[in-house]
Design a protein around this ligand. Structure first.
Ligand code: NAD
Length: 495
């Protein structure tokens, strides 16, 4: 196994993300030999913890991975804790001393990854201090990994980016969008570019519409405070959903490399039509869940959740239609929807193909009193919770006569395969160690996504809406179904 050598400094080392995702992912890399002797982690946050206490916490976060006592001890011995207020310059001096000591002790070659697992308002001050206190060196690499949200609109994202780019070049900035680390999101490229049957059909001559659903069954839980200022549009559409649209819509890259893929994704995002505000209101709908019931379970409305305003106008659901103005996609709607407290959790993509030019079975179908249209062929990519893909075809029903019937070719990874596959954060941490930014968001992508989303947000902010408008446990407001019905389509939502 190819051992990676680096010092990780995790800002926000006592936080939820560090404990739930980063430490278990580092342990998985350690167990696989990607990290061995030459790595160390400095956890830094406000709390006054000792190294021993920190190591105990780290061991606790990996206990579900069933390490042996020796393994857990050996792994956690690489962790060091530094109490730190991000605004205080002196603490960066202490941090530098500790970094230097660990660099020598573990022979880290000056390789450094700074992981900002903190609220974005601190990003600017942290990077400025890394520079002013001369923590960054010319030895080895200095890479910055940052979490979403990257700004709250184009202007704030631009400002944040300027602050970061004053210290780190773009090639060393790794903006996490953890969906890009998911197995089946990465599989979109395999399905498209390794299968001639799909790539040859992947255009407006054969595809009727594309449907992307990111459904959550959970409500806002304890994230009301954050969500009130974000809403579904900024929380999901600006980042994850537009990244998926770009992967589905981009032209085949000349090579499967970071630079080539990035260039094609940016072009795809730039081809998404920038609506007028009037068009945005026509093509995007928002929703907020009210009280509801599903399988005997009662749910409170969003407005009754903790830390949520009782008159909140925040959307917990978005559905919309993107149009892509290029030769490949002109006229093909890309419908998207995402929401909380929906009927079930599921992230899926449907590629809905056009009808055959002439339905020669029309009369037979008619005789049976059925709708005369054949159901469309649908390629579904299942992202989560199950992973795999299915294809619906029309076959002949067994027996005399000639009636067609839909047949589904269905492939899902087994639970065992899914369970053993690397976690998104594990893959992304390894990518950052390898200096591979393919599965991260480049500034050009972030900027264009904000331009698209800002128009919708501005249009919504100028108009009021009657909330709540969908029941918890349903699949969203009626308007989300009308959006497709208007174009003679329906959401395809098969198990
Ligand atoms: P958290 O509130 O659990 O942790 C925040 C951390 O920052 C804590 O360690 C805290 O001590 C530290 N901190 C806060 N103010 C500080 C200061 N002035 N000086 C030094 N340390 C300070 O938050 P989290 O859930 O871990 O999220 C961290 C970041 O990751 C956020 O930007 C969030 O949006 C993003 N994120 C989190 C998740 C998740 O699953 N938790 C998922 C996606 C993105």
């Amino acid at each position: 196994m190819n051992e990676k050598i680096a010092l990780f400094t995790i800002f926000g080392g006592t936080g939820d993300l560090a404990k739930r995702k980063l430490y278990p992912s580092l342990f998985r890399l350690y167990r696989k030999g990607n990290l061995a002797e030459h790595f160390a982690v400095i956890g830094t946050a406000r709390r006054d913890w000792s190294d021993d206490h920190y190591r105990e916490i780290v061991r606790d976060t990996i206990k579900d991975l069933n390490p042996t006592t020796e393994e857990a001890e050996a792994f956690s011995s690489h962790f060091y804790y530094q109490s730190h207020n991000v605004n205080d310059s002196e603490h960066y001096d202490t941090l530098k001393k500790l970094s230097d000591t660990l660099n020598d002790k573990y022979k880290l070659g000056g390789n450094h990854i700074y992981y900002l697992a903190m609220a974005p308002q601190f990003f600017g001050t942290i990077v400025q201090h890394l520079k002013s206190q001369e923590i960054l060196t010319d030895n080895g690499f200095d890479r910055l990994v940052i979490e979403k949200p990257f700004g709250s609109d184009y202007d704030s994202a631009y400002q944040l980016n300027e602050e970061i780019r004053a210290v780190f070049p773009e090639k060393d900035i790794f903006r996490i969008d953890h969906y890009l680390g998911k197995e089946m999101i990465q599989n979109i490229s395999a399905i498209r570019f390794a299968n001639n049957i799909f790539e040859s059909q992947w255009n407006n001559r054969y595809i009727d519409n594309v449907q992307i659903t990111f459904a959550e069954s959970l409500g806002v839980e304890d994230r009301g405070g954050y969500y009130e200022h974000s809403g579904a549009l900024k929380d999901m559409v600006q980042n994850h959903i537009l990244q998926v649209v770009a992967l589905l819509a981009m032209e085949p890259p000349v090579a499967f490399s970071e630079a080539e893929i990035r260039a094609e994704k940016v072009k795809a995002l730039q081809a998404i039509r920038l609506y007028s505000e009037k068009e945005a209101l026509e093509n995007f709908v928002r929703g907020q869940y009210g009280h509801g019931k599903l399988e005997e379970q009662e749910f409170v409305s969003y407005r009754e959740e903790p830390n949520v305003d009782e008159h909140s106008q925040t959307e917990t659901f978005v559905a919309g239609k993107f149009l892509i103005d290029n030769f490949r996609w002109s006229g093909v709607p890309f419908y998207i929807r995402t929401g909380k407290r929906l009927t079930e959790k599921g992230t899926r993509i449907n590629i809905v193909f056009k009808q055959v030019p002439v339905n020669v079975f029309k009369d037979d179908i008619d005789k049976c009193g059925e709708k005369t249209d054949l159901p469309p062929n649908v390629l579904t990519i299942y992202i989560q919770p199950t992973e795999g893909f299915s294809m619906t075809l029309n076959g002949k029903e067994i027996g005399q006569g000639f009636t067609t019937t839909p047949v589904k070719l269905d492939y899902r990874h087994s639970a065992e395969t899914t369970g053993n596959s690397p976690e998104a954060y594990e893959k992304l941490l390894l990518d950052s160690l390898n200096g591979d930014g393919t599965n991260f968001s480049h500034w050009d992508e972030v900027a264009q996504s904000w331009r698209i989303v800002d128009i919708i947000r501005h249009a919504w902010d100028k108009t009021s809406v009657e909330f709540p408008n969908y029941a918890a446990g349903s699949m969203g407001p009626d308007a989300a179904f009308d959006l497709l019905a208007r174009d003679n389509f329906t959401w395809d939502w098969q198990p």
